[in-house]
Design a protein around this ligand. Sequence first.
Ligand code: AMP
Length: 288
Amino acid sequence: MKIIKSVADLRDERMKQTHKTIGFVPTMGYLHEGHISLLEKAKMECDWVVLSIFVNPLQFGPNEDFTLYPCDEARDLAIAKKIGIDLVFVPGVEEMYPEESLTRVNVRQVTERLCGAKRPGHFDGVATVVTKLFHMVQPDRAYFGMKDVQQVAVITQMVKDLHFPTTIVPCPTIREADGLAKSSRNVYLNQVERVQATILHQSLTEVEQRVRTGALQTASEMVTYVTEKIKSQPLAHIDYVEALTYPRFETFHQWEQEDILLAVAVFFGRTRLIDNHLIRFKGGETYV
Ligand code: AMP
């Protein structure tokens, strides 16, 4: 397994891999089973797999947890090696942003709701760094988790609009036994918060049951149901709860047999957790 820190070395290694299918999994490290599922899928589907580990300052707001983001490079590299990853790219901030960068990639519309509304500039930071990484790695296939469903939508739209020769592969959310979505940020939760955080997945899946029986019919009933449930946990502070059409992320009133995305962002102390649940009426992957 090659461990590469510079863009020049990455390009050299990539040049040697002509006629291979290149898989790419961009991450911010502190790997868990969610990341591992992406890496294993890439490994199954591609000849040469690149993992990047880079905590991207551009996608963090001024009061967010950039400086506190958990990190354990030695552990991450051991995990990557065990999976059989071919190259790990671990650039420093100076390597990715050697001087002030005046360019931002901005994807409109799909960034207007949910985390895009709550974290101004976040998706510009994501789209910009993914563009840079795609130029460096030149992947045929890139793997993203549906836990970050809006990120998948943004990158899919960007790749289409800008004619990147890369297929975006959305992958299911991997969860703890009690339903909490795996996240690098879960380590910040204390024991009580960790227990209360199970309400996210629990309330979202309960909505699906109630929509299917007709007990909940409007977007506002769905949002109210989830909001009340989450508020029953004293340490939870809601950032947003939304019910939108999928995949366009549009507001709806009365549910009319279209696919619905339920999405939440909730603070426990300073830790912000996100989760979502897709209610499919037309078939297709559920990614639960
Ligand atoms: P991050 O390191 O948080 O930027 O995540 C890197 C990639 O892993 C992104 O595509 C995430 O959507 C994906 N990911 C994070 N958590 C999970 C999870 N629980 N299940 C599946 N994919 C995940």
